[in-house]
Design a protein around this ligand. Structure first.
Ligand SMILES: [Zn+2]
Ligand SMILES: [Zn+2]
Length: 117
């Protein structure tokens, strides 16, 4: 599976600020479901580093909500968050954390709760 070109989720200035705070390293500490023992409890993927998969190319970190519950926000609302509410995510952690958050949201809502009738 190939990702289409991944634009930074946030604007360039916001992205820079988030990456500076993160040290250009993924800030996931297990939210994706992987406790990241190799990185000492934090994902060791850095922006511009190589993915572990052969032919995976270079890692492009995303600026996305730090709170996993907000990872399911629509793009236009996520990008409106202040820099302090954003974190650096590598694509695999971001995808997995968002899936986990979406599943949890679906679990919390009683069946049919989002139906109008
Ligand atoms: Zn990561
Ligand atoms: Zn992770």
């Amino acid at each position: 599976m190939t990702h289409p070109a991944l634009p930074p989720l946030a604007g360039a200035a916001t992205w820079q600020a988030v990456m500076q705070t993160a040290g250009h390293r993924c800030q996931c500490t297990g939210t994706c479901g992987d406790p990241h023992p190799r990185g000492g409890g934090r994902c060791d993927r850095v922006h511009g580093g190589h993915t572990h998969r052969h032919g995976g190319g270079t890692v492009r970190l995303l600026a996305a909500p730090a709170d996993p519950a907000r990872l399911t926000l629509p793009l236009h609302r996520a990008t409106a968050l202040p820099v302090g509410d954003l974190a650096a995510w590598c694509p695999p952690c971001h995808d997995a954390a968002r899936r986990t958050a979406a599943a949890r949201t679906a679990e919390a809502a009683p069946p049919g709760a989002d139906a109008l009738f």
